[in-house]
Design a protein around this ligand. Structure first.
Ligand code: NAD
Ligand code: UGA
Length: 481
């Protein structure tokens, strides 16, 4: 019987292994983690992550051929295939700080695998890692191997949060990279056989190790680059009277460009785009390619510019000060259908508004008060460590921030509304009721382009929507930093 163990029960490890267990009933899958609260949650009715469809998959296989455990060593020792899906945060100190990937968790997982293994194993890189990580991992494993053979594969994950189960059921491709040796090829076939239970063969791409590792970073860089490109256009649209949605639609109908990932926004967030591009930039610099590094750096700079631009619009429209004014922040997650707040643009926007002494009332249907207050207090990059190893930061003053459990409560007596996440419920609010309950003039700043701008203007709102023709009020108040 094939036994799989996955180290890391996070956003990737949990859903990916649950789907493998569902589709391969004859394979026993154990997901292990050093965090007992996370494992306890996986074994409860309240899973540690919110992902549409995940509950049903877990319910069907948990206890049958899917197990969640903190007994990391036992399950690793018993497995034939060990996936490693641990955090790979951006380094905050030392060589490459602010750019390079911190492989501390990966290295400790590799050393543990070498220590506890008593039989040959395929070790699969599931985490996103710098190119050539497999070589470093191979060295750790082979120098400590006690006669055991380890074959390393790269099998990066392309799922997006909020659609993870759909993406796993029906992936555009599964990528498996391995050494071009007989052992490497044998391991590739063994892993391909697992995915072949439900993924058509032509969608399982097999490459060398370095192509697989680099393809993951390249895919995220290309996706993020599209968003920064359209966001750069959104600034030009506001300056010229063009409408970014019309521009996106027009260019997206060109089959060479395609319509996806062209929605202008307050900026991209999520745990990976920024981290992976910084990692790519660092690799380019280490390989003596400063021009290539600078090209990709620009994607992040435009993303930061977009968030700053948004804050400046809010402040400048409201008579150049938000001091003491109540601003309702609708949505805090980095996109809809997830409770994940890692690198959400809402953090930078809220911090910008707090810097101008605004009073924030924040509502997100899936994010807890504790999480929001922690995010607003946390230093850059500290979030991407296992929860119990995150540095403790002072919490934010609750005089300036309140977290509420209803959009109408957040909006009551507010001077302005900032829409940070495109949750469907924000499209369906009764905006007349909202208007009636706000201070006047009442402002809406839509960072996701979800409201009907004309309808809101008819009600009486002053509306700013990213990349849309400006309200005459805003035209007279240019947002200069
Ligand atoms: P996560 O923080 O949700 O999960 C990682 C888990 O690993 C944590 O629960 C942590 O406690 C555990 N862990 C860390 N070190 C460990 C160790 N030595 N032994 C056992 N457990 C350990 O992270 P994630 O979002 O699942 O991301 C994991 C990797 O996958 C990252 O490299 C990320 O870049 C990549 N990735 C993420 C996504 C995504 O959508 N989140 C998509 C594709 C790839
Ligand atoms: C992204 C990739 O889409 C996945 O393929 C990849 O596996 C994953 O990163 C990863 O490596 O972690 P994810 O971050 O979960 O997935 O979500 P996306 O749908 O890509 O959205 C990322 C951010 O871009 C969100 O803040 C979203 O709101 C924003 N976005 C997306 C836009 O602003 N405009 C768009 O057109 C699309």
């Amino acid at each position: 019987m094939v036994k799989i163990c996955c180290i890391g029960a996070g956003y990737v490890g949990g859903p990916t292994m649950a789907v493998i267990a569902l589709k391969c009933p004859e394979i026993e899958v154990a997901v292990v983690d050093i965090s007992s609260p996370r494992i306890n949650a996986w074994n409860s009715d309240h899973l540690p992550i919110y992902e549409p469809g995940l509950d049903d998959v877990v319910k069907e296989c948990r206890g049958r051929n899917l197990f969640f455990s903190t007994d990391v060593e036992k399950h690793v020792a018993e497995a034939n295939i060990v996936f490693v899906s641990v955090n790979t945060p951006t380094k905050t100190q030392g060589l490459g700080a602010g750019k390079a990937a911190d492989l501390t968790y990966w290295e400790s997982a590799a050393r543990m695998i070498a220590d506890v293994s008593k039989s040959d194993k395929i070790v699969v890189e599931k985490s996103t890692v710098p190119v050539k990580t497999a070589e470093a991992i191979e060295r750790i494993l082979t120098h400590n191997r006690k006669g055991i053979n380890f074959t390393i594969l790269s099998n990066p994950e392309f799922l997006a949060e909020g659609t993870a189960i759909q993406d796993l059921f029906n992936p555009d491709r599964v990528l498996i990279g391995g050494r071009e040796t007989p052992e490497g090829q044998k391991a590739i076939h063994a892993l391909r056989d697992v995915y072949a239970h439900w993924v058509p063969m032509e969608r399982i791409l097999c490459t060398n190790l370095w192509s697989a590792e680099l393809s993951k970073l390249a895919a995220n860089a290309f996706l993020a680059q599209r968003i920064s490109s359209v966001n750069a256009m959104s600034a030009l649209c506001e300056a010229t009277g063009a409408d970014v949605s019309q521009v996106s639609h027009s260019i997206g109908t060109d089959s060479r460009i395609g319509p996806k990932f062209l929605n202008a926004s307050v900026g991209f967030g999520g745990s990976c785009f920024q981290k992976d591009i910084l990692n790519l930039v660092y690799i380019c610099e280490c390989n003596g390619l400063p021009e290539v590094a600078n090209y990709w750096k620009q994607v992040i700079k435009v993303n930061d510019y977009q968030k700053t631009r948004f804050v400046n619009r809010v402040v400048s429209s409201m008579f150049n000060t938000v001091s003491g004014k109540k601003i309702a922040v609708l949505g805090f997650a980095f996109k809809k259908d997830t409770g994940d707040t890692r690198e959400t643009p809402a953090i930078d926007v809220c911090k910008g508004l707090l810097g101008d002494k605004a009073k924030l009332s924040i509502y997100d249907p899936q994010v807890s008060e504790e999480q929001i207050l922690r995010d607003l207090a946390m230093k850059k990059f500290d979030w991407d460590h296992p929860a119990h190893l995150q540095p403790t930061s002072p919490t934010i003053s609750n005089k300036q921030v309140s977290v509420v459990w209803d959009a109408y409560e957040a909006i009551k007596d507010a001077h302005g509304i900032c829409i940070m996440t495109e949750w469907d419920e924000f499209k369906k609010l009764d905006y007349q009721k909202v208007f009636d309950n706000m201070q006047k003039p009442a402002f809406v700043f839509d960072g996701r382009n979800i409201v009907d701008v004309n309808k809101l203007r008819e009600i009486g709102f002053i509306v700013y929507s990213i990349g849309k023709p400006l309200d005459s009020w805003l035209k007279d108040m240019p947002a200069v930093a």
